[in-house]
Design a protein around this ligand. Sequence first.
Ligand code: GAL
Length: 418
Amino acid sequence: MTKFRNFLAATAVAAFALPGIANADGTVEVLHWWTSGGEAKAVGELKNAFEADGGKWIDSPIAGGGGDAAMTALRARVVSGNPPTAVQLKGPGIQEWAELGALNDVQDVATSENWDGVLPPALAEIMKYDGKYVAAPVNIHRVDWFWANPEVLAKVGVTDMPQTWDEFNAIADKLQAAGITPLAHGGQPWQDATLFENVVLGIGGPEFFLKALVELDQDALTSDTMIKSFDQLRKLRGYVDANFSGRDWNLATAMVMRGEAGFQIMGDWAKGEFLAAGKVPGKDFVCAATPGKGFVLNSDSFTFFKVSGDDRVKGQKKLASLIMSPGFQETFNLAKGSIPARTDVALDKFDDCAKKSHEDLLAAIESNSLVPSMAHEMAVPRSVRGEFMDLVTNFFNSDMSSEDAVKTLAAAIKRAQQ
Ligand code: GAL
């Protein structure tokens, strides 16, 4: 670890030597993975605001929902001694890079703008390393959502959204009998893991979710509840269309928009796609929490890598301040489908799905049923998340039994922790 830290320190100096286009008001090269319609619109709000404030924005988008491709690109950039100025990075990933000495802090900005006073304490902690802010949060996404096309559900006489997985299965059976794809899904590991964690929340509840997917408790991972979770995941496998494999998540969202499928189970970045396509919440699409009476948290944030050169360090501080500004938190989240990370931004302009998210967030904090998303890099180290994704995707694409799945999963998680 020390060798890599020294290497990073040396390359940060090397980065200084690289020819940069100095810009009086700060320059940032930003690595992110927001390339779908709604995502691009949202990140465009950040770019426009940064440039309107005199900054120079160099865009480095890495396509691939969920961010795994972006994280691979990040590692290559850092190893080659040329880290980006700012990077979309979340949860334990922030701590992993900070531990390596790769990040600049923005504590001076956070102190002068009282970030501690306007962020949920649990979120503020995720953004800090060694007591200093090394990341700025742009939003609070919720992962445990159903998105549905009400016209499609009406075709089988359904007007209410399911409250349990049994109710979902009953509606899905009706849709399937009518020749309609019940579940629009993209067969990619992070999307399969998104289905999995939402099922675990509904079958086992928030406490079990924390025990199994965050504390990695072996008894929980091999329990009857986990077997039942895989049984339900097997049911969902039976509700997707024949061409699901490899599909991008936003193309699954488009299937619901076009009435080719009844539901999508996805985080509320899917709402950003509906909105970018001009769809009206409550009319063209409806949202409802998936079963489990919890809140699966996924917060996007930007970290600031050790780069030298005054214009880039200045750009980092300008970007950090902009990200946390109330005005940006409103405009960005209206487009992204999430709600502001700041607790003092009014939701008057937000739709009912966002207001429901905010209401359920407060309730979840109150009842201790707020859980960090494993699928979206908020809960466990990268190596452990990788084992969950490998097993779940293997299960989803084979006839593996639930009993074998829990045994294989528990053994893989144990290995990843050694
Ligand atoms: C998540 C990210 C969201 C959205 C989604 C799909 O990990 O937090 O903002 O981009 O991936 O790409």
